[in-house]
Design a protein around this ligand. Structure first.
Ligand code: DQQ
Length: 538
């Protein structure tokens, strides 16, 4: 096999070669989904960044187009960094992006518009000469001032956007307002929000979610029965953090609910390798869609050797959980068109130490949905109070899939070699804390590869799942794609994306098992697994 091809994805978005990072300016326009993304046309490491462009009818199969935005003017000569699209009244799309203007990485906010509105794919974009639209004033650190959001219109008819920044370790989103012409932006009196000790905030995203329905809302919607979500990418942790809160339109400020922590230990969109994400409102299907970026976790040398780096996780529908306390995400239903051969298990018991192999499909490129059940919570292990200060990830590193437990660990062993020299377990472990049960979900890369480069990143990613165990069931879905394991616990309440590089468990040498290493017997109520066809990615 061609070494460059081993870990390429079959249905997770990636171009034929070179480096990619953030999704940019996603939008649904005249029946077409547009994806722009940060791309290095010259190699497999970050640099020379342009906006590459692909379009799709289903968010799964993509048609590559020519680059849309690339350095060419004084206001973006040193780089065209991340940004967002807004569809203005009259059905006119406009892109806002960050231009790098000098070797000191001075950042300004620019706009671009389609050159030819009758081209259904909007291939060519113009950057008018009245750019930049926004430059940093003297209170702003001009090399940490980037990633404009989709604009929203307030009740006063003025547009608003956020730009990510930092001052004295206080991450913030600076708000700018413009009249309806969209061309004259002034800084608002206060940032929409900020938080101490969080470092630089990249790729902010600010959007309304419904308290009543899983449908999405237009970014400018500001009626009744909604909450707002502020998501920012923490430069320091490299995770996408969010809070749910109230947008006070009079003060033009955002107040997070105190149902989660507003900082490093708060909620994350994904507890794995997932960064610089961005949502958009899909008016075709009335849903909000989340796109993100999963970087390599192999060494830079290996990235260069294989000639590519970075993939995009599957686009996810995103909505507010009925508790109002967190978001829920699920792969877009269009993904299911790639499902081919199916195998099924029903009512299969797994006693302590048992595992069952799932055979008959291409398990290195598969979609697996499973519902586990158990008859009692009595055997749940005690939750060590000292773990309360740790990240879930640290608890997973202590209590891995082979450490026998009470209720769990149980789950899947993905991308496993025949004799388990390599495997990436995705599993649950249920603890009893003083007044409630705590469900830990792990996607543990520590034994994913026999490759042993010291700088290779093999984290024991994990998050807690805030789920009602009254029905004594837990569900898990994993999208396995050669070097991607993208998992959704409890219907998408906790999501974890891992990048792994097996050397034995590749193609038809990969195996898939369900396992239980806990004293409580676990039942696989149903397990459906499908071979996944290749998507048209290029
Ligand atoms: N990537 C872009 C920046 C952004 C960062 C540069 C996040 O605009 O802050 O490629 O990954």
């Amino acid at each position: 096999v061609d070494a460059n091809k081993v870990h390429r994805t079959g249905y997770h978005f990636q171009p034929p070669k070179n480096w990619i990072n953030d999704p940019n300016g996603p939008m649904y326009y005249n029946g077409v989904y547009h994806l722009f993304y940060q791309y290095n046309p010259k190699g497999a490491i970050w640099g020379n960044i342009i906006w590459a462009h692909s379009v799709s009818k289903d968010l799964i199969n993509w048609i590559p187009l020519e680059p849309a935005i690339y350095p060419s003017k004084v206001f973006d000569k040193y780089g065209t960094w991340s940004g967002s699209a807004t569809i203005l009244p009259g059905n006119k799309p406009v892109i806002l992006y960050t231009g790098i203007v000098d070797a000191n990485k001075t950042q300004v906010q620019n706009y671009a518009i389609p050159a030819n509105m009758s081209d259904p794919y909007l291939r060519k974009w113009i950057k008018p000469d009245n750019n930049p639209l926004i430059v940093a004033d003297k209170t702003i650190n001009k090399s940490q001032f980037r990633d404009p959001t989709t604009a929203w219109m307030g009740k006063d008819g003025n547009w608003r956007i956020l730009v990510g920044s930092v001052r004295n370790h206080r991450g913030k989103v600076i708000m700018y307002k413009s009249n309806k012409e969209f061309m004259k932006w002034t800084k608002a009196k206060h940032p929409l929000h900020s938080a101490p000790g969080t470092g630089n905030w990249e790729c902010p995203d600010f959007f309304p979610v419904s308290l009543k329905s899983k449908d999405g809302l237009d970014t400018s919607y500001n009626g009744k029965d909604i909450k707002h979500v502020l998501k920012v990418s923490f430069d320091v942790t490299r995770f996408d953090h969010y809070t749910i809160g109230t947008y006070d339109t009079k003060k033009d400020k955002y107040f997070p609910d105190n149902t989660s922590i507003d900082g490093w230990k708060g909620l994350r969109l994904d507890y794995g390798n997932y960064y610089a994400s961005k949502t958009f409102f899909d008016s075709g299907k009335n849903r909000r869609i989340l796109l993100g970026w999963a970087n390599e976790s192999d060494t830079v040398d290996n990235d260069v050797r294989k000639g590519w780096a970075g993939v995009h996780p599957i686009p996810r529908k995103i909505w507010l959980d009925s508790s109002g306390k967190q978001l829920v995400q699920w792969p877009v239903q269009e993904l299911e068109t790639l499902r081919k051969k199916k195998v099924q298990l029903n009512n299969q018991k797994l006693n302590k130490g048992e595992k069952v192999e799932i055979k008959g499909i291409t398990v290195a490129q598969a979609d697996v949905e499973v519902i586990f059940s158990f008859t009692s919570l009595d055997k749940a292990e005690p939750f060590d109070p000292s773990w309360a200060d740790l990240y879930a990830q640290d608890v997973c590193a202590i209590k891995g899939s082979t450490v026998q437990g009470g209720l769990g660990p149980f789950g899947l062993l993905t991308l496993a070699s025949k004799n388990l020299e390599e495997y990436t377990p995705v599993f649950f472990r249920i603890f009893k804390a003083h007044d409630k049960y705590k469900v830990l979900m792990c996607s543990d890369a520590s034994r994913s590869s026999l490759k042993n480069e010291t700088t290779m990143y093999k984290p024991s990613f994990a998050g807690y799942v805030d789920v009602d165990l009254a029905d004594k069931k837990l569900s898990l879905r994993s999208l396995i794609d050669n070097s991607v394991v993208e998992s959704f616990g409890a219907g998408g309440k906790t999501c974890i994306t891992s990048r792994v590089y097996p050397t034995l468990a590749i193609f038809d040498k990969a195996h898939l098992f369900a396992f239980n290493n806990g004293a409580e017997t676990i039942t696989i109520e149903t397990l459906n697994a499908w071979s996944m066809a290749n998507a048209k990615l290029h």
